[in-house]
Write a protein of this length. Structure first.
Length: 508
């Protein structure tokens, strides 16, 4: 068994709220206390990409988002659907977080809490050629009243009820990648149960087993994921991931889990950019812990999905409106790729102001269906996928410039460069086992040059509107040998290279 040394939690604020500082934030905040010597503006950054060394492979349904069913005055509007179709997301998690406990997948209008149906969510997903992650109701079996009519409404968290919707989704032709049992047991269990994390997972494990068995009986091909644990404090410090895997991994438990789902919030909004820009790199140690736990309790290579995450944002700050969140979120996606995460669903799609989203709803901080800088950051990051390649970077990735590379089935090689510094950088890309001939280049910079900016310049155009227009095309360049690119201060650049034709192909 791999033993990892625990983090000194005296550096963390421990409270039972959803967005306690993530473990990675604690790690990075400690390391960033040391002085960092920035690179000279004249010194080029060298990034070596080894196309012969694949460090992980991710499924085509890697990138995703949460679509929230409650508190959403815009829903699957035509503008939202059009914008989503350009986001590059291939997974839609619905009803999107805690609404899973207050949403009946089979009878979504019965409670009077929302006009958004599962068919709306599926229509949105189809626009982006995406698949669904449906969350079930785990803890709510209370008798309530319909919000509009006042008539009694009985919530049902039984396995039988979940299985009924599994069959309905199959009849309606919905493509479902995973069924996720519940959401954040630490938050959604009843008040008395939450006094003990052991009791939380005793309760959750019983619900998980009931629903998972019923779902698999209804559809033997169904894939089940859990526990959707809240954040690093719970799934690491409180050992809730270990509790879950003991119960449902195949070494000591039921073996019913097909994929592990966890949540990760770095709280990037809790300090200035210079202190938080390296938070994404803290994910590597989290992944070491997770992989050790999965290996200990399951003989299979269980896939890991981060079904809620956000670099910054939150309901008590405006960081989701700012350019820094675009850079931070793209950096997190790069780290997920590098460390072997199988997929992610960013939280969330809509309601930017005070709710983490990337598309504005009615009454938001800007016009309905306008998008935040993070929308463009996630859209650009979605160009990376497939085989994740080894990269060697001469820059300090936590503070200066991070670089990630992938190769797809068409042998197109994509590189994402994130300049975290206030100086421009010359970046020289060199390749092993790959000979580029041309490239497409996407660029994102803050409109006024700062990480606090709320407007962007994307591919040369200021604040495009994906709800009503096609996003600007990338620049096209020819490439011969190593490729050098000047990246602007506080910028995101994605370059997709196409390979040279082989000598045999040229002679045809």
């Amino acid at each position: 068994m791999l033993t990892l040394q625990p983090v000194n939690y005296k550096f963390m604020t421990i409270s039972l709220v959803k967005h306690t500082p993530a473990l990675a934030a604690a790690i990075v905040s400690i390391t960033l206390c040391a002085s960092v010597v920035p690179m000279s503006a004249q010194e080029p950054v060298s990034v070596e990409i080894n196309a012969d060394k694949v460090i992980s492979t991710v499924p085509k349904e890697f990138h995703g988002t949460n679509f929230v069913a409650l508190w959403n005055p815009t829903g699957a509007s035509p503008g939202t659907v059009n914008a989503f179709s350009q986001l590059g997301a291939r997974l839609v998690r619905f009803p999107g977080g805690v609404p899973a406990e207050w949403y009946d997948l089979g009878n979504p209008l019965g409670s009077g809490l929302t006009p958004i149906t599962t068919q709306d969510a599926w229509r949105l997903a189809m626009a982006g050629n995406a698949e669904m992650i449906f969350q079930t109701n785990a803890f709510n079996n209370k008798l309530q009243k319909n919000k509009k009519t006042g008539q009694p409404y009985q919530w049902d968290n039984s396995g039988r009820h979940a299985a009924d919707f599994v069959m309905q989704a199959k009849r309606e032709g919905m493509k479902v990648a995973f069924w996720e049992i519940g959401n954040e047991p630490e938050m959604d269990a009843d008040k008395e149960t939450k006094r003990s994390q052991d009791k939380v997972f005793q309760s959750y494990d019983a619900i998980f087993e009931d629903q998972a068995r019923a779902i698999k009986q209804a559809d033997p091909t169904a894939k089940i994921m859990g526990p959707a644990s809240t954040n690093t404090y719970f799934w690491w410090h409180e050992k809730n991931l270990e509790k879950f895997l003991k119960a449902h991994g195949n070494r000591q438990g039921t073996g019913l889990v097909d994929a592990v789902s966890l949540h990760w919030y770095t709280d990037g909004d809790k300090g200035p950019w210079e202190k938080t820009r390296g938070l994404a790199q803290g994910w590597a140690r989290c992944m070491d812990y997770i992989q050790a736990q999965m290996k200990e309790y399951d003989s299979r290579l269980l896939p890991l999905y981060i079904t809620e995450w956000n670099w910054g944002a939150g309901d008590k700050s405006d960081s989701s409106e700012k350019f820094a969140n675009a850079l931070g979120c793209a950096d997190c996606v790069g780290m997920f790729l590098r460390t072997g995460v199988s997929g992610h669903t960013h939280f969330c799609l809509q309601h930017v102001q005070r709710n983490w989203g990337v598309i504005a709803t009615k009454g938001d901080y800007r016009s309905e269906n306008d998008v935040s800088p993070t929308f463009f950051g996630l859209a650009m990051a979605s160009h990376l996928g497939g085989r994740v390649l080894e990269t060697k970077n001469s820059a300090d990735e936590s503070n200066v410039l991070s670089a990630y590379a992938t190769n797809d089935d068409g042998n197109n090689l994509s590189v994402m460069l994130i300049n975290k510094d206030g100086q421009p950088r010359d970046v020289q890309l060199t390749f092993q086992g790959y000979h580029p001939a041309s490239a497409k280049v996407w660029t994102l910079v803050p409109a006024n040059g700062g990480v606090e900016d709320k407007d962007v310049i994307y591919n040369g155009k200021k604040s495009p509107a994906p709800a009503t227009e096609k996003l600007p095309d990338p620049a096209q360049v020819q490439v011969k040998g190593p490729y050098t690119r000047k990246v602007e201060p506080y910028s995101l650049t994605v370059i997709t290279f196409t390979p040279q034709l082989s000598a045999s192909a040229n002679n045809l």
